[in-house]
Design a protein around this ligand. Structure first.
Ligand code: ZN
Length: 142
């Protein structure tokens, strides 16, 4: 996990609900009110029908690994103690194929494979700011 002082977010009107819910350990996904397409990350226009009307759907946080990488090189000296670490692109259950990026924890990097079932847990950075990360489904939370 990065040092807390490194983590800054800049929510806008399209992403504020996501971050507000994340701070409460709830995963929200934007859904077009007109055509029902879910989208992550949320943005001002539906890529299918161009509507700007959206609502929010709470997802379970369960999903499957679509792709992943393992970071071995610390891009900053302060990360030297954190490598190697995994980052996964997870296809979310109930999300119509939307994917969410997050650190992968609780699994040896050699054991990760496409389609592996994972579940969301929240990394608390500071009060009101939490980041999504994933661990193998059914594994013990730290
Ligand atoms: Zn739409």
């Amino acid at each position: 996990m990065p040092p807390p002082e490194w983590v800054e977010i800049s929510p806008d009107r399209w992403t504020q609900p996501f971050w507000d819910a994340a701070g409460e350990h709830r995963l929200l996904c934007a859904r077009c009110e007109d055509c029902g397409l879910m989208r992550m990350p949320p943005g001002p226009f539906c890529p299918s029908c161009r509507s700007q009307d959206l609502d929010w759907v709470e997802l379970s946080g369960r999903g499957t690994v679509f792709s992943w990488t393992v970071v071995h090189h610390p891009v900053m000296p302060d990360l030297a103690g954190s490598v190697p670490y995994g980052v996964a692109l997870v296809e979310l259950e109930g999300g119509q194929g939307v994917r969410l990026l997050g650190n992968l924890v609780g699994v040896d990097s050699d054991a990760v494979e496409a389609g592996m079932e994972v579940e969301l847990e929240w990394a608390d950075i500071r009060p009101g700011l939490s980041l999504p990360r994933f661990r193998p489904a059914g594994s013990q939370t730290i």
